[in-house]
Design a protein around this ligand. Structure first.
Ligand SMILES: Nc1ncnc2c1ncn2[C@@H]1O[C@H](COP(=O)(O)OP(=O)(O)OP(=O)(O)O)[C@@H](O)[C@H]1O
Ligand SMILES: [Mg+2]
Length: 289
């Protein structure tokens, strides 16, 4: 957290570099501003550009054996397909009949893949739509029609087989060009594809708790130069003393306070400018590579 120019992007890039070089952690970046692409390329990461017209695709129906948290992955996936359909249909709640149909069709399209021990061809949303069309209920036909634009129409980017390396430990989702129509489902698909790799606490994230809860639950917070009103709110929320406040008041970029567990530690990070890394991390036009 910090004011514009306080060094948030720079600190995030520094953290990414440290993790890449000194740990085995996976790093996943969702970037609506295409700020991290140079750095990710330089570090050998996978850049995934998603938009209606991009060559990169993530199959919304991708599902590994590990998907979810030990329960039958298809049950969880069926819930995901329901939220996806809800979004595609226009953000309205699905009725009980529609839900049952979606659940039945989801189970059918995964049957062979699941019997095959999650190997071979993963179904796509196009297969899912074809399955809907086989059903006699008018509700099934309605859902099939509603999702057509996203399965067989011009916004079908999530209905094709994945052609990017989602196993790379450094993944960068470039969502700048998603556009208004695809953004909500794009975010759902990206979060779901992350859920294929991690199992902890993603539920919380998907249920979008308030920022306040997120902050109160964060073990690690970097605070850079703060605007005065934000500073007061933070002080109250995180018990920051007047003296400690001076480290986030009118300070240079890259200086601030770190909260680790219950401790607050001041820091000054003056990154050397005559380095290749600096050129990859800076956001100042003219300084970058
Ligand atoms: N630790 C640091 N050492 C040296 N220079 C830094 C450091 N942190 C930031 N800077 C410089 O300050 C500039 C602004 O920082 P940065 O782009 O990270 O700000 P920001 O908080 O992300 O701003 P915005 O909210 O506008 O995105 C950087 O481009 C870099 O030149
Ligand atoms: Mg920034």
């Amino acid at each position: 957290m910090g004011v514009s120019g306080g060094g948030k992007s720079f600190a995030a890039k520094g953290e990414i570099i440290n993790q890449v070089l000194s740990s085995n952690a996976d790093i996943i970046i969702i970037d609506p501003e295409r700020e991290y692409s140079q750095l990710v390329r330089a570090m050998g990461g996978e850049v995934i550009h998603i938009s209606a017209t991009s060559e990169n695709h993530i199959n919304a129906m991708d599902m590994t054996k590990e998907y979810g948290d030990g329960a039958n992955p298809v049950i969880l996936k069926s819930e995901f397909i329901m939220s996806l359909c809800e979004q595609l249909i226009g953000g309205t709640n699905l009725g009980a009949k529609q839900k049952s149909i979606i659940d039945r069709c989801t189970a059918s399209v995964y049957r062979t893949y699941q019997q095959n021990d999650y190997k071979g061809e993963v179904p796509t949303l196009q297969d899912f739509r074809e399955e809907l069309l086989k059903k006699n209920e008018p509700e099934a036909k309605e859902i099939a029609l509603a999702i057509e634009l996203f399965t067989n129409g011009s916004l079908n980017t999530f209905a094709k087989h994945t052609n990017v390396d989602t196993d790379n430990r450094l993944i960068f989702y470039d969502i700048l060009d998603l556009g208004k129509q695809l953004m909500p489902i794009g975010m759902l698909v990206v979060l779901d594809s992350i859920l294929n790799r991690i199992t902890q606490n993603v539920d919380d994230l998907l249920q979008s708790h308030t920022a306040r809860t997120m902050l109160a639950n964060s073990e690690f917070i970097v605070m850079l130069n703060q605007a005065s009103t934000d500073r007061l709110k933070l002080a109250e929320l995180l018990n920051i003393s007047d003296l400690q406040m001076s480290y986030i008041t009118n300070v240079e970029a890259g200086h601030g306070l770190i909260k680790v567990g219950s401790s607050l530690v001041p820091f000054a990070n003056k990154f050397p400018k005559n380095t290749k890394l600096y050129k990859l991390m800076t956001t100042k036009p003219g300084e970058s590579v």
